[in-house]
Write a protein that binds this ligand. Structure first.
Ligand SMILES: *Cc1c(COP(=O)(O)O)cnc(C)c1O
Length: 457
């Protein structure tokens, strides 16, 4: 795809459509001379250089990468019209694209019925799921694992609900025995299960939690903001395939959140929430005196907490899904490559004297730390911080991220390391670009050399 060509075509297409409405004059207050624009643009693009190279496989840090060119063209083309997906009056075409793209997400999770919409982010999508949970179980709290995204605790405060953090096992998954102890107390109405924690990529055992749904009458919400698209690898063939049970069980949970702006190749501003029971739409009921006049069909704004939302986000997702559908042989191939990269790197780290694997990657997040002697948490922490900093400076850079592991979590995995501090930073790499598959050897060599250089100081 030649981006320049298609951006030109985008401008043409929208101009042709605009021309069908007859000529009008732009107001002089909006006119900008080309040479003034050139100067501002020069400064602007100069300032944008202050960024990390998210696109490059030597960036192996956080969950960041540019959108697919199809998403860029979809977004910018629709943005020239700037529809607002709050209501059908704000842009019928992109509202329909949103419904179609959301239906594809529902099919991906195996939902036979659904009510759902896009949101600005995973945080807002989870807030909506917790809001509906509160309406259905007033007075009861929310349980989530200690490794769940930090926004669950925060949103419980926003909603005036009690949040309960449940301990995790030594792979970072929710401990269901601890959860059951909590549920016996009768103060929890909804359990949040995370399929792919943001830190480690650990997958909570959703299939085993299902029995608690009946026994304690709780709702189950799945936070798949990061991990959701990995459901495309569940029960597949190659080495990258995942045990299907937790992923198939999502279809039997009450709601699920996924972030197309993480593994769905989209620009920021694209989360999604899906409810299995469309009847929960009643909790959103409100009247808007300004909108909802062109159709008696349910407007998206009538089933979401947010008001204005970019129709361009839906356009970008819809166009991307035409080309890389959320199916195993579409988008699944992109995730498979990242997953294979993580497995390969884990193998290399396992065979290395310089590095140690923190734990085996479940999805595409690799966590590791420099082997230090004597093995103490303070030394692991200092060495990880140095590798992070040294990696970014100098020629042949490499960009990583760190994760704070607390002492219990660390020593559960590595009992031989002396716990001389509350915890330690370890290194963390999200391999979400398919290009990583052919780059992990280089990454690994580079980080091994950085670690060996430290040992020689
Ligand atoms: C990223 C993430 C969120 C928050 O989503 P945003 O889109 O960043 O608001 C919530 N839960 C999990 C598991 C995530 O990885």
């Amino acid at each position: 795809m030649d981006l320049q060509h298609w951006l030109g075509r985008a401008d043409d297409a929208i101009q042709q459509w605009a021309d069908t409405f007859g000529p009008y004059e732009r107001h002089p207050s909006l006119l900008v001379e080309d040479d003034r624009f050139a100067a501002a643009f020069e400064e602007f693009t100069g300032r944008l250089k202050d960024n990390y190279p998210f696109f490059h496989p030597h960036y192996a840090g956080q969950m960041l990468k540019p959108p697919h060119p199809a998403a860029v063209v979809g977004y910018l083309t629709a943005m020239l019209i700037n529809p607002n997906n709050h209501a059908l009056d704000g842009g019928p075409a992109t509202a329909r694209m949103e419904r179609e793209a959301v239906a594809q997400l529902a099919a991906m999770f195996g939902y036979d019925t659904h009510l759902g919409h896009l949101t600005t982010s995973g945080t807002i999508a989870n807030l909506e799921a917790l809001f509906v949970a509160r309406e259905l179980h007033p007075g009861l709290g929310i349980a989530y694992s200690a490794d769940a995204h930090y926004t669950h605790g925060r949103m419980c405060r926003v909603l005036g609900m009690d949040g309960h953090a449940v301990p995790t096992d030594d792979l970072g998954r929710m401990d269901l025995d601890a959860l059951e102890d909590l549920l016996r107390g009768g103060r929890v109405g909804t359990v949040v299960l995370t399929t792919g924690t943001t830190g480690l990529g650990a997958v909570d055992p959703v299939h085993e939690a299902l029995r608690l749904k009946e026994r304690y009458g709780v709702r189950l919400h799945v936070d798949a903001a990061y991990g959701g698209f990995f459901t495309l690898l569940a029960g597949g063939e190659g080495p990258e395939s995942l045990a299907p049970e937790p992923w198939r069980a999502i279809a039997r949970c009450d709601s699920v959140v996924v972030d197309p702006h993480k593994h769905g190749l989209q620009p920021y501003g694209c989360g999604a929430v899906l409810f299995r029971d469309p009847e929960v739409g009643r909790f959103y009921l409100h009247d808007s005196p300004y909108t909802y006049f062109t159709s008696t069909e349910l407007h998206l704004g009538e089933i979401s907490l947010e008001c204005s939302r970019a129709g361009a986000s839906a356009a970008a997702l819809w166009l991307t899904f035409q080309l890389l559908a959320p199916t195993p042989d579409g988008l699944g191939r992109v995730l498979a490559a990242g997953r294979r990269a993580a497995l390969r790197w884990a193998e290399l780290i396992g065979a290395s004297d310089a590095l140690e694997l923190y734990q085996q990657p479940e999805l595409d997040i690799v966590t590791y730390f420099p082997a230090v002697d004597p093995a103490r948490l303070t030394a692991v922490d200092a060495a990880s911080a140095r590798v992070l900093a040294d990696g970014m400076s100098g020629p042949d850079p490499v960009f990583l991220s760190t994760l704070k592991a607390d002492r219990e979590a660390f020593t559960a995995r590595h009992p031989k390391v002396t716990a001389d501090a509350e915890g330690a930073r370890i290194l963390r790499s999200v391999l979400m670009k398919p290009e990583s598959e052919h780059y992990v050897e280089r990454l690994h060599d580079r980080i091994e050399r950085l670690t060996q250089a430290l040992a020689q100081e």
